[in-house]
Design a protein around this ligand. Sequence first.
Ligand code: ZN
Ligand code: FE
Ligand code: FE
Ligand code: FE
Length: 212
Amino acid sequence: MSISTLQDMFVHGLKDMHYAEAKILKTLPILINSAEYEELRHALTRHRSETEKQISRLREVFSLMGEEPAAERCEAIEGILAEGDSLIGETSGTPVADIGIIAAGQAVEHYEIVRYRSLVRWAEALGLVEARILLQESLAEELVADEKLTALASLADPQANMVAEDNDQDPLMDDRDFEEADLIEDEEGGRDGSETRSSPGWPGGRGPGGLA
Ligand code: ZN
Ligand code: FE
Ligand code: FE
Ligand code: FE
């Protein structure tokens, strides 16, 4: 389908996400079965039922739009899941297996967060109040899932450092890298897009925050 309006973009985004969530739902049992740490299995299991709800919400948004629920192959999620699958295959049975699962899971969550943020913004710009609320609920679940994985990653980190030291390797990230990451984050300012930035590139002051 050709995309020439914000509404087209929104519907296309819904189809993309509908495809992605269905694919994620199929993949989560593989992660759950591969995870060693009980709390990680629980977190993934909880997120699997949330994913089912997220698919229902997307179908509800389609019907609010007067559209049949449809899906469109999303190359981005295909790539993220394929990469995660090969990482999990390579680390299976090693001390870093769960760390691989967490990292693969977080790549998925970050993809979903950015997609839902766009959909929420577009629903708002299109005046689709109910759709925005539904999409916001799914966004909130993705953010919590990501935070949970971050917390689990910090529990797992000492083990990873031990393995890195044993192999006489540099840690993946030294203090300098962390400082650089902090600086970049500071420069970005508001993370929720609430800060409108003056961007001379947008004609008439139109930008991602002012599409309508
Ligand atoms: Zn697409
Ligand atoms: Fe999801
Ligand atoms: Fe896509
Ligand atoms: Fe998710």
